[in-house]
Design a protein around this ligand. Structure first.
Ligand SMILES: Nc1ncnc2c1ncn2[C@@H]1O[C@H](COP(=O)(O)OP(=O)(O)OP(=O)(O)O)[C@@H](O)[C@H]1O
Ligand SMILES: [Mg+2]
Length: 215
């Protein structure tokens, strides 16, 4: 199976507290204003079974998952999400916006946990098969993101990681966004700006993609 890029598939990426959910709401506003039908979803999760897998990944009460377990759980959830939810929506002509997708596995399980990027690329091709035409990477210093998250209740298993893990994740995202094979679909947004500035840049880039598709 080869990777197919879907023009109406948009993803949001970035570390903890970068502002993904905030930007998703702004994108939703832009789609609604334009009268364009879109599905809004998230990973890990997005289907009932995949949300259960998310629970396994983030739960702090059982034994810690080893890196390989975490990676395969993420891809198990993604396989389900793509086939039952994302592809049917794209095939119906809708746009799809996902809060995180495969880039998160390269950043978290690859750069963060040290798993081999080639292995992740094999899983992406064999298990996922699609990629977005536009990825908005919300880049923010780790400390700023974590500060935004504070006071939000108990940390899940990923949020409880150490700062050096989050630094590797951030660098993993930035390296991927800058790589020759991927850079074209990435828009890196300085997410330490105000909510309005971040949202404006995200919406402008989305509108450019909409114009490209409708042309
Ligand atoms: N540009 C911004 N400046 C200041 N605060 C922001 C900004 N964007 C988001 N926030 C605030 O930071 C917190 C985290 O934002 P948000 O939930 O959108 O991040 P997220 O990337 O979705 O986080 P998570 O990784 O937990 O899903 C929220 O309280 C939000 O209101
Ligand atoms: Mg969020």
């Amino acid at each position: 199976m080869t990777l197919r890029t879907h023009a109406r598939f948009v993803t949001l990426e970035g570390g903890e507290g970068a502002g993904k959910s905030t930007v998703l709401a702004a994108l939703r506003g832009a789609f609604e204003q334009a009268g364009i039908q879109a599905l809004y979803t998230r990973e890990p999760g997005g289907t009932p079974l995949a949300e259960q897998i998310r629970g396994l990944m983030l739960d702090t009460h059982h034994e810690p998952a080893v890196a390989e377990t975490e990676l395969l759980l993420a891809f198990a959830a993604r396989a389900q999400h793509v086939r039952t939810t994302i592809l049917p929506a794209l095939e119906s002509g809708a746009w799809v916006v996902s809060d995180r997708f495969t880039d998160a596995s390269y950043a978290y399980q690859g750069a963060g946990r040290g798993l081999d990027a080639q292995f992740i690329a094999d899983l992406e091709r064999r298990v996922v098969g699609i990629r977005p035409a536009l990825t908005l990477l919300l880049d923010v210093p780790v400390e700023v993101g974590l500060q935004r998250m504070r006071g939000r209740g108990a940390a899940d298993r990923i949020e409880g990681e150490r700062n050096d893990f989050f630094e590797r994740v951030r660098q993993g995202y930035r390296d991927r966004a800058a790589s020759a094979a991927e850079s074209e679909r990435f828009e890196v947004i300085d997410a330490s700006q105000t909510v309005d500035a971040v949202a404006a840049q995200a919406v402008a880039r989305l509108q450019a993609q909409i114009a490209r598709v409708l042309r």
